[in-house]
Design a protein around this ligand. Structure first.
Ligand code: SF4
Ligand code: SF4
Length: 319
């Protein structure tokens, strides 16, 4: 099963302090991805063995061609997952998006109390409350229409603020009460923007103490399989913050995830040694296997960093 993650817009209406695509910054850049850079041909979808489309960004609900993109992939009978900050996801919007063909939703939120949330996302309390209400509406819709919305998940970016058992447990209980399928945590990473604009949110060695508490709590009370990151994720993160190397050979992306970024098919944003190539090139299945083989054979050239956690599956273990 190979998932195709497509960044369809780098515009955003949220102001996450750690992200270069936040509303203040993206308005300066006004980046929307041209339509012809987001549609992979039917033949290429087959060669790459794509079985799910994941629409991401930026904030994908702001993409100019969202309806046309969704309709295109829906006609090819692929499940479509939308990763959104949830600000625009009213019940009316959910109904519209599902009508077009989206059947899975992941909402990114970093805390469920405004005091904590606002230290990471500089949005008003009104926007925060609206997002929470949208999350509850989505959960309700999922409960009553499981054939229309078959999956709901939360994505949580871990920073020095919310890497704390109390906050993590609050998020997990909230998601469980609303019958979310999954809560995925991923460490914040620094593409230069974080260091410059919100260095206080960086995860550092100091967070090892909180991680120890998280680890001991999860050991006592493990969660159901794949509901959230396993114990090993937290242990790997602690090892990483303590300066220990994690093996790039464990990277799971090879034939599982493909990233479509501004018209180029890649393994991830950061891998410099191997990529597939332009979207408009015609790839045979043999080409794809050869490129994946090359990627696999060169993985030693990578260095595992916080960003490497982001595209791996929820049960991924590095060590
Ligand atoms: S993390 Fe997501 S929601 Fe937040 S500013 Fe970046 S793109 Fe927008
Ligand atoms: S940079 Fe990280 S995520 Fe990307 S291919 Fe290498 S190990 Fe995998």
């Amino acid at each position: 099963m190979t998932e195709l993650i497509i960044d369809i817009s780098y515009k955003c209406n949220s102001n996450c302090k750690y992200c270069q695509w936040n509303s203040k910054n993206s308005q300066k850049k006004k980046i929307d991805i041209p339509f012809n850079q987001v549609l992979l041909s039917r033949e290429n979808l087959k060669s790459f063995d794509i079985s799910r489309i994941i629409l991401s960004g930026g904030e994908p609900t702001l993409a100019n061609h969202l309806k046309d993109i969704v309709t295109y992939y829906h006609r090819l009978l692929l499940p479509i997952r939308l990763i959104t900050n949830g600000i625009n996801l009213s019940l009316k919007k959910i109904k519209l998006l599902t009508k077009w063909g989206i059947n899975e939703f992941v909402i990114s939120i970093d805390a469920i109390s405004y005091d904590t949330y606002s230290t990471m996302r500089a949005n008003s309390e009104k926007i925060f409350q609206k997002t929470l209400q949208n999350i509850k509406n989505l959960a309700n819709f999922h409960m009553y229409h499981p054939k229309i919305v078959s999956y709901i998940g939360l994505n949580v970016v871990l920073t020095s603020i919310n890497c704390n058992w109390h906050i993590i447990n609050q998020i997990l209980s909230f998601a469980r009460d609303l019958k979310f399928n999954q809560v995925k945590f991923q460490p914040v990473y620094d593409d230069g923007y974080l260091s410059k604009n919100a260095p206080e949110l960086k995860l550092t060695l100091k967070n090892s103490i909180e991680l120890e508490e998280i680890i001991s709590n999860i050991k006592i009370k493990p969660f159901e399989l794949n509901f959230t990151n396993p114990l090993e994720f937290w242990m790997d993160l602690k090892r990483h913050l303590e300066g220990k190397n994690l093996s790039p050979r464990k990277c799971f992306l090879s034939n599982n995830v493909i990233l479509l970024h501004k018209g180029i098919l890649k393994f991830c944003f950061w891998c410099q040694h191997t990529r597939y190539g332009p979207i408009n090139h015609s790839y045979s299945h043999k080409d794809v296997l050869e490129i994946q083989n090359k990627f696999q054979n060169n993985l030693e050239k990578c260095r595992v960093a916080p960003q490497c956690f982001c595209l791996q599956p929820i049960n991924h273990i590095w060590s």
